[in-house]
Write a protein that binds this ligand. Structure first.
Ligand code: GDP
Ligand code: MG
Length: 163
């Protein structure tokens, strides 16, 4: 069975953009599940010679505000527990938020191998974000641009080291 890689992070950091890039739109296999995982998408991903199942989390735009954080947390915990590797995504341009730190705590407590990605780092946009992300204690951040396809070689190297 292909290893499972979960993309985790607060809304709007670019998780779904990365998912789409790794799956390739034509190959996307969308699968809606019931309950806390109902917003989850899974697809067959390829990066160079690596093949893995990629899981996107938290399409919760329509959730009521009072239940949003709890549902995101439950869904993220479920995805992490089923994953072999976690891609933890932060926004290199926006600066870290309290919600980023909450998600980072979930990932850290899981004990799963984690690759920290500072997304939206195209051009020189991600340099300050990388310093801030390093302080999360989840290792050296890998700067990427999911939208522009930058940093995919570095992501390959990081994944190849743990898969
Ligand atoms: P999600 O909520 O974490 O799944 O984030 P999305 O993938 O939906 O992206 C949120 C927003 O960030 C969208 O407007 C994307 O176009 C934008 N975005 C995603 N990746 C990048 C990137 O690499 N660079 C920039 N500048 N914007 C990005
Ligand atoms: Mg999304």
């Amino acid at each position: 069975m292909a290893p499972v890689v979960a993309i985790v992070g607060r809304p709007n950091v670019g998780k779904s953009t990365l998912f789409n890039r790794l799956v390739g739109k034509k190959l996307a296999l969308v699968d809606d599940r019931p309950g806390v995982t109902r917003d989850r998408r899974e697809g067959a991903a390829r990066l160079g010679d690596l093949a893995f199942t990629i899981v996107d989390t938290a399409g919760l735009e329509d959730a009521h505000e009072t239940t949003l954080v709890g549902r995101m947390r439950a869904q993220t915990e479920a995805a992490i527990s089923e994953a072999d590797v976690v891609l933890f995504v932060v926004d290199a341009r926006a600066g870290l938020t309290p919600m980023d730190r909450q998600f980072a705590d979930l990932v850290r407590r899981s004990g799963k191998p984690v690759i920290l990605l500072t997304n939206k780092a195209e051009g020189r946009g991600g340099i300050e974000g990388a310093y801030e992300a390093f302080a999360l204690g989840l290792g050296d951040p890998v700067p990427i641009s999911a939208e522009h396809g930058e940093g995919m070689g570095e992501l390959y190297d990081a994944l190849a080291a743990v898969l």
